[in-house]
Design a protein around this ligand. Structure first.
Ligand SMILES: [Zn+2]
Length: 469
């Protein structure tokens, strides 16, 4: 029997962890053996944390003895954050991922360990050492044998998912005796016109498909519209001398935005506006680190981005860009920008304002109408980001660290830098599979988004569609 199980990302959008296992029985039917893999092992975030006590969220409370490998689709923390706990639970198999993910995974986990696991430097180094030893980078498009037990075998192939650098969807060829099946796990899929990365192509075959549905209920603005809107927000910031605060995840959106802003600065010339005087600050050592890694991995960029480089531009290291590293410089920047009348765009994490340096900026800047908060990514229910988005436009307030802050800054949302496929993109991904899968499982989304995507799939295909609990 070939089984798919879900240990996360069914009741919400985070904590992704899926299992594919092959169960064989002896001729007498008395003895059975099971071999499996995990696809991702992520942390719960936002309201999903409320699923249970947070300590219980971290424990690996499902069997792992039969797990032969962990497949990582991409290095967002909601897909990899529980890896240290998986190791602590005794997992000894390899961690299979794309080549860029292998570069980024120890970096993102080092940060996660420092925040949530321990401050003990030696312990952190030991965990990171273990992770580096286990990493097995596999080039896109190449089959990799995970195990072959004679009776049953499993091979996997990674394909570009266009979500963040290194992201992949996973094709799994599972075989028990003469029975063969191709199962595809989408991971997170990118939008086809996102900057920097090539668009995902549909799998050539999927007997069963497990697909994400973060934006299963709506489409994003197209790239031209959102670039236009981004430009308008930046322009008004330039005009009134305020700060545009962009809460952004360190990996993916930050680099996409930098890329887009470089494009706007390079292409815009309007009388009365000096685009070149607009300052861009990345206030996050982690984001700065990943921006460097993105720069180093240019072979994985899409054709348009590589063309910009060939023409002598530096999409991720242009002259208006400043990077803030130390905590002291960060505090100085918050203070200076809150008092000065200098136009500036600040990118800081966390993307949902649930912690990180962006919180200090919010406290200092929400009360001033010259400032703008620009959301570019998904804001999970229960996060301060969602509160600002809900109450900000009505002139409301929110609490941060137990204190009340009025929201006078303007609040904007530009969809599409979310690095996630919209509804039509998800549908196209499924439609592009030459033969309709026998079963489609919808995971990773609010219940409304999943239900909407399910209804759309049911309208379009005559096949089994389910939302696992
Ligand atoms: Zn992701």
């Amino acid at each position: 029997m070939i089984n798919i199980k879900h240990h996360g990302a069914t009741s919400g959008v985070t904590g992704s962890c899926h299992e594919l296992s092959l169960q064989t029985e002896s001729a007498s039917g008395l003895e059975s053996a099971e071999h499996g893999i995990f696809i991702d092992c992520g942390l719960f975030q936002g309201q999903d944390e409320g699923r249970s006590a947070s300590a219980a969220d971290l424990t690996i409370d499902f069997p792992i003895d039969h797990i032969r490998a962990l497949l990582v689709t991409h290095v967002h923390i909601d897909h990899v954050g529980r890896i240290p706990y998986l190791l602590a639970a005794g997992f000894e198999g390899p961690i299979v991922c794309s080549e860029p993910s292998a570069v980024m995974l120890p970096e993102i986990l080092e940060d996660a360990l420092k925040i949530g696991f321990t401050r003990d430097r030696r312990l952190i180094e030991r965990v990171l050492g273990l992770i580096r030893e286990r990493l097995v980078p596999v080039p896109y498009g190449q089959w990799h044998r995970v195990f072959d037990e004679g009776e049953c075998s499993l091979s996997v192939r990674l394909q570009r998912a266009g979500h963040i650098l290194g992201s992949a969807y996973v094709e799994c060829d599972a075989r028990i005796g003469d029975m063969e099946e191709r199962i595809v796990f989408s991971g997170d899929l990118g939008a086809p016109h996102s900057p920097l990365l090539p668009a995902p192509k549909s799998p050539e075959r999927a007997d069963r498909l497990v697909i994400e549905s973060t934006y299963g209920d709506h489409d994003h603005e197209d790239r031209k519209t959102r670039r236009h809107r981004l430009k308008a927000v930046l322009k008004s910031a330039l005009a009134d001398g305020g700060t545009v605060l962009v809460p952004a995840f360190s990996i993916g959106r930050t680099q996409e935005l930098l890329y887009e802003i470089e494009g706007i600065i390079a292409d815009s010339s309007e009388p009365g506006f000096d685009w070149r005087s607009l300052e861009i600050v990345v206030d996050s050592p982690l984001a700065a680190n990943f921006t460097r890694i993105y720069r180093d991995l240019k072979p994985f960029w899409d054709a348009e981005a590589r063309e910009r480089v060939r023409s002598g531009r530096h999409p991720l290291s242009f002259e208006q860009l400043t990077v803030i590293d130390s905590h002291e410089d960060h505090l100085n920047a918050v203070d200076y920008l809150a008092r000065s009348h200098r136009s500036c765009v600040v990118l800081a994490g966390s993307g949902m304002c649930a912690g990180g340096r962006v919180v200090n900026y919010l406290k200092a800047m929400l009360g001033d109408e010259r400032n703008d908060v620009l959301f570019v990514g998904y804001q999970a229910a229960g996060t301060p980001g969602r509160d600002i988005l809900n109450y900000g436009p009505k002139g409301g307030w929110l609490t941060l660290d137990g204190e009340r802050y009025d929201i006078r800054a303007r609040v904007h949302q530009v969809g599409g830098y979310s690095a996630h496929a919209g509804q039509s993109d998800l549908l196209r991904f499924v439609e592009g599979i030459p033969e309709v899968p026998e079963e489609i499982r919808i995971v990773h989304g609010d219940s409304g988004a999943k239900a909407a995507f399910r209804a759309l799939l049911e309208e379009t295909f005559n096949t089994r569609i389910m939302i696992p609990e």
